[in-house]
Design a protein around this ligand. Structure first.
Ligand code: PBG
Length: 332
């Protein structure tokens, strides 16, 4: 801050807030559709869509409709779509084999989108929970979430996603050493152009509740994820994790959830200056949408204010279920 700022009345901050034109001239952060990544839920079938009750306005879509969504996103100027599969319970096993099936829902959707809408970037989720009989992101033995064995499984999963044509892999599992292992396997496998957006600072959060309903993991999950996801009390650890993931070959880093962790976004951007993203997660969406649907908040305004807050906090982009709605507003 300049120490020589003139005292009142020489300085009157309200001079530059007098009109929309003056406010536009001095606004510091910008939000455009290019800053948004749209997470979508994929289900089986054709022409099928079903509502996610805890996320009003969000639906699980069959692949043909996901392709339509990708087309819509591209037309709105949204550069990337992020896929989350709802896997049939019969395909959830202790070994999570469906995770690296080249034809699983996520991989089939990736191929369909890259075929039909080549201009949009496809991001995928690397974690075992949609395929795991016990709902955890890693393999479990005797109640313990295994690290190194899980990393080996995640590498197979990542390779299958790269093979299917994913542009950005999003490891959301929080196992140690996974970024290095995936990066080495990608290079080895000739996937030198596949980017990794690491969910580096992912907290053990109750704000993921509606997402777990959407992918059908809530019922399956035994216990919690506190032995691998972060303690909400910690900030310094987030920076160490981000530094570690960058050193192992992450191209982009993410903080998750978003709104309760904007301090981490700012610290990360200031410390490393790398492409930094936040995930405005399902519970944040549900909170704003639920209040808006009850008439307690102005839905459009809180949506835009919350997204601008991420930009002000230093984020290069935001994963948000509001992406199409926000883009439509931004495009006028
Ligand atoms: C699973 C995963 C989760 C989310 C993204 N990937 C849930 C979890 O860790 O339990 C949450 C996204 C959201 O809440 O919107 N690895």
């Amino acid at each position: 801050m300049p120490a020589d700022q003139a005292p009142f009345p020489a300085t009157r901050f309200r001079r530059l807030r007098r009109s929309p034109a003056l406010r536009a001239l001095v606004s510091e952060a910008r939000l455009t559709p290019a800053d948004l990544i749209w997470p979508v839920f994929v289900r089986d079938g054709r022409g099928e869509r079903d509502a996610v009750p805890s996320m009003p306005g969000v639906e699980r879509l069959s692949i043909d409709l996901v392709v339509e969504a990708a087309r819509e996103a591209a037309a709105l100027g949204i550069p990337a779509i992020c896929l989350f599969p709802y896997t049939d319970p019969s395909k959830r096993t202790e070994g999570c084999e469906e995770a690296w099936n080249p034809d699983n829902l996520s991989n089939a959707a990736t191929r369909a989108i890259k075929d039909a809408v080549p201009d949009i970037a496809v991001m995928t989720d690397v974690a075992l929970d949609p395929y795991n009989a016990n709902g955890h992101d890693g393999l479990v033995r005797d109640g313990v979430i295994l690290n190194d064995e899980s990393v080996a499984a995640l590498v197979r999963m990542a390779l299958a996603q790269a093979e299917a044509g994913a542009d950005i892999l999003g490891p959301s599992d929080m196992m140690d050493g996974r970024i290095g292992a995936m990066r080495a396997a990608l290079e080895e496998g000739g996937h030198t152009g596949t980017a990794i957006m690491s969910y580096s600072a992912k907290y053990a959060s109750a704000f993921y509740g509606p997402f777990r309903d959407a992918v059908g993991a809530s019922g399956a999950l035994t216990g919690d994820k506190k032995t691998y996801q972060m303690d909400p009390a910690n900030g310094d650890e987030a920076l160490r994790l981000i530094e570690r993931d960058l050193s192992e070959g992450a191209d982009m880093v993410m903080v998750k959830p978003g709104m309760p962790y904007l301090d981490i976004c700012r610290r990360a951007k200031d410390a490393f200056g790398v492409p930094t993203y936040a995930y405005q997660v399902s519970g944040e969406y549900a909170m704003l949408r639920g209040a808006a649907d009850h008439g307690w908040l102005d839905g459009e305004r809180v949506m835009m204010e919350s997204l601008m807050a991420f930009r002000r906090a230093g984020c290069d982009g935001i994963l948000t279920y509001f992406a199409p709605e926000a883009a439509r507003l931004l495009n006028g």
